[in-house]
Ligand binder design. Structure first.
Ligand code: AMP
Length: 254
């Protein structure tokens, strides 16, 4: 039985991933930014809602998996067509994902609707997806206490104006070093973070892979090293899980 109040609403891709790493290849495994983020958040926050869309090829077993993590799927639309499908490859130290194809499927025509009971949720995570979809979700919420936005190189390059408009409405962004350089045109990370803060967010969470993560505010700077992981076989969803864990922790007391 799910608790009545959803503390954290997450919108983002729910996907099939086809992945190659130096350790092997997997076809159409469950993926998506909102999936990874919600599972990570479920370790902390007692009640979560996921807004997204899947096609009629999305198996019930994946729905069950999410429900078992106490992720409420009332906001997960089932549409005729194909589920979002990302194909990617990692080489060498696997610090960079190379996108081989992005098939938006049912996301191409998705018009999100946040269930009425979730609109007063205090925490909102705009996980990676096309930025105008993120904005449409943001607009349906009744003033969340804290909103975090994630994005990626594809949207920075192809939906820049929509992305800048959405960034203007959030409290914080979470980006890796390449994304923040691409977004701001600044090479030095601290300069890039300052440029981001000028866009409106109060906080920038910089993901720096094996070097950890840095939180930057107008007058704040905090760095945390990464947990030393000896065996890495597939980094997919690491950034989403980091952000989901962060939001789950913030949302855990409602
Ligand atoms: P990351 O945390 O950066 O490793 O994110 C990996 C996840 O991002 C995968 O599970 C993909 O399904 C998802 N993804 C890849 N491309 C996109 C995109 N253009 N929009 C939204 N999600 C994406």
């Amino acid at each position: 039985q799910l608790p009545a109040n959803v503390q954290l609403v997450t919108i983002g891709s729910v996907a099939f991933d086809t992945l190659s790493t130096p350790f092997g290849r997997r076809k159409k495994v469950i993926g998506g930014a909102a999936t990874h983020a919600s599972v990570a958040a479920s370790f902390f926050a007692p009640s979560l809602g996921l807004v997204g869309v899947v096609g009629d090829d999305f198996p019930d077993t994946y729905r069950t998996l999410l429900k078992r993590k106490r992720v409420d799927l009332e906001g997960l639309t089932h549409a005729p067509g194909k589920t979002f499908h990302w194909t990617g490859r990692y080489d060498g130290d696997m610090s960079v994902a190379t996108t081989l194809s992005t098939d938006l499927g049912v996301f191409a025509t998705f018009n999100p609707s946040v269930p009425a009971a979730w609109r007063k949720a205090p925490f909102l995570f705009l996980a990676n997806i096309e930025p105008s979809i993120q904005e449409r979700v943001l607009k349906q919420m009744a003033k969340p206490r804290f909103t975090l936005l994630d994005t990626m190189n594809l949207w920075i390059a192809t939906r820049r104006q929509a992305l800048l408009k959405t960034i203007k409405q959030v409290d914080a962004v979470v980006l890796n070093d390449m994304e923040i350089r691409q977004l701001t045109g600044e090479n030095a990370l601290i300069k890039a973070a300052r440029a981001c803060l000028k866009m409106r967010p109060r906080w920038v969470f910089l993901k720096r892979g094996e070097h950890g993560a840095t939180l930057i505010g107008k007058a704040e700077y905090f760095h945390l090293h990464a947990y030393p992981t000896d065996k890495v076989v597939d980094p997919t969803g690491a950034g989403d899980s980091f952000a989901g864990g962060l939001m789950g922790w913030l949302a855990k007391d409602g």
